[in-house]
Write a protein that binds this ligand. Structure first.
Ligand SMILES: [Zn+2]
Length: 196
């Protein structure tokens, strides 16, 4: 952030009084420009035994598969945002069933909030950001063609949960590791009372 969004003058990188880390601070008007992680909200839509997946029509990761997910907008709740993304990317009206996973990705400043959801009507189609939308059997999930790691970890855990005949709520962080990336600090909580 080179220039101040309030007055247009140049920012400098310094530690403001009383804080413990560098911020972009306007040298002219003194505005501190805070930068914080963004929330990605999305749905694992289950229909019978299958899961709704979208093939991405846009960058990043064009041509790869994902669950419907995207950046939360100002003025909406996380579950409402997840349902909105599902309508936009898969033209599917859904009802949120339960929280499923919260994965932080510190190195890119993102937090994924993923919900389980169900179709309100059995209709779906590619929205402008997708080229294909399909209900996929868990045995046929294209693991090597998934767009994002947080989506991959969510689907892996969902398959594990379904095989065990129950759902949990998962927490964790996607971090760099020796051989690429890993899900760190994975914790889970039973959500029996929310299961439908
Ligand atoms: Zn300024």
């Amino acid at each position: 952030m080179k220039h101040c969004s309030s007055c247009g003058q140049e920012n400098e990188l310094r530690i403001p009084d009383g804080e413990d880390r560098e911020r972009h601070v306007c040298a002219s008007c003194g505005t501190i420009h805070y930068q914080n992680p963004k929330m990605v909200v999305g749905c694992i839509v289950e229909h019978g035994n299958r899961i709704l997946l979208c093939k991405r029509a846009i960058s990043p990761r064009r041509g790869f598969w994902t669950i419907p997910a995207g950046f939360m907008e100002l003025g909406e709740s996380a579950p409402a945002g997840a349902a909105r993304e599902t309508l936009e990317e898969a033209c599917a009206k859904v009802e949120i069933v339960a929280p499923y996973a919260h994965f932080d990705i510190p190195h890119i400043g993102q937090a994924y909030l993923i919900y389980r959801a169900r179709l309100l009507e059995e209709r779906f189609a590619p929205g402008p950001e997708s080229t294909e939308v399909e209900l996929v059997d868990p045995a046929r999930i294209p693991w090597e063609e998934l767009a994002f790691l947080a989506v991959r970890y969510s689907l892996e855990l969902l398959c594990e949960d379904r095989e065990a005949g129950r759902y949990r709520h998962h927490l964790g962080s996607v971090v760099r590791s020796n051989d690429g990336f890993a899900l760190a600090d994975h914790q889970f909580f039973k959500l029996a009372s929310l299961k439908k």
